[in-house]
Design a protein around this ligand. Structure first.
Ligand SMILES: NC(=O)c1ccc[n+]([C@@H]2O[C@H](COP(=O)([O-])OP(=O)(O)OC[C@H]3O[C@@H](n4cnc5c(N)ncnc54)[C@H](OP(=O)(O)O)[C@@H]3O)[C@@H](O)[C@H]2O)c1
Length: 291
């Protein structure tokens, strides 16, 4: 059975492909990317895979039984149509089964909702197209907070509009473990799984970062409006509004829900203590109190 993974030039697609290669040594695994020559991964059968190019995608998916379709990061209205082109190509190529990397969030009422709606539309489009479909709805990636540590350290705080809301964060490597399972096990057909680890508040996130990086961060809650204006000034109207919408969702409890990670991955999600302890030499530094 030939499996394929799209967008392997991206961080999630690459993590899933690498995990699958380790789990199925010697078996054919197709990797699609817009620029296959620069996205090369040892062991992958690399093929061109631009979602906007139906003919190219159809040719590249020839002989593929099961496809891991990564959600794109384009604007929501464009994204839905790009996904539709890829879905039609998979249909025309004879793909039987699709596992789709969707996202969690409020379908209405926040600035992040158009992104959620476009993902829900793709979930529906896959079922309507007649694929044996499995949907993973990803929790919020924790890695951007790690990438942001220098800014947090400079500010001495994490400040946003999440308030006391709990969030089901996850990591791309944990998601890759779950998606590899979803691709390899047929029993997940027809399921929609919410994929995240233990719930975490912003105050707890600050404590984890303090232990891992030796910082002294505190958490400061901002109003939804103030944080939206702050992010728009920092990131521009579109991205600032989307990011603020995510934290608004955390505040209102949208990301405070049970996880299906263990059902998908066949094991529990990594604990946050273990994840932050794994971040490198800084993690072995002095431990702050008040955990
Ligand atoms: N859960 C979360 O917190 C969260 C956060 C951010 C994003 N997301 C979603 O998760 C997805 C995967 O995340 P990631 O970390 O892997 O993102 P990433 O590293 O930014 O990768 C995005 C991928 O999309 C590809 N792409 C963009 N337009 C394409 C097109 N027309 N045809 C084919 N490929 C195209 C990019 O290819 P190139 O290398 O050619 O540009 C890249 O491989 C994102 O796309 C987004 O939908 C989730």
């Amino acid at each position: 059975m030939t499996l394929a993974v799209t967008a392997v030039s991206g961080q999630l697609g690459k993590a899933i492909a690498t995990t699958l290669l380790a789990r199925r040594p010697g078996q054919t695994l197709v990797g699609l990317a817009r620029k296959p020559e620069t996205a090369r991964i040892d062991g992958l059968d690399m093929r061109p895979g631009d979602y906007t190019n139906h003919a190219q995608m159809t040719a590249s998916l020839a002989g593929v039984d099961t496809l891991l379709l990564v959600s794109l990061n384009t604007a929501p209205d464009i994204r839905t149509e790009q996904h539709r082109t890829a879905i039609q190509a998979a249909k025309d190529a004879g793909v039987r089964r699709v596992v789709y990397t969707s996202v969690q969030g409020a379908e209405t009422g926040t600035a992040f909702s158009p992104v959620i709606q476009s993902n829900r539309q793709t979930e529906a489009d896959l079922v309507a197209a007649g694929f044996a479909t499995t949907v993973g709805r990803n929790g919020i990636y924790i890695e951007p907070d790690i990438d942001y540590i220098e800014t947090y350290a400079k500010d001495g705080e994490i400040a946003n509009s999440a308030g006391d809301g709990l969030c089901g964060y996850t990591t791309r490597s944990e998601l890759a473990a779950a998606y590899a399972n979803l691709l390899l096990e047929e029993k997940h057909i027809g399921q929609t799984y919410h994929l995240h680890g233990p719930l975490m508040s912003q105050a707890a996130l600050a404590q984890h970062l303090n232990r891992a990086f030796g910082t002294h961060l505190t958490y400061r809650a901002m109003s939804v409006e103030a944080y939206r204006e702050d992010r728009k000034a920092a990131l521009g109207a579109m991205m600032g509004t989307i990011i603020a919408g995510i934290y608004e969702g955390i505040r209102t409890g949208v990301f405070d829900r049970p996880s299906d990670f263990e059902k998908a991955a066949g094991r529990p999600h990594q604990s946050w203590d273990d994840y932050f302890a794994s971040l490198g030499p800084a993690a072995a530094g002095p431990q702050p109190t008040g955990a």
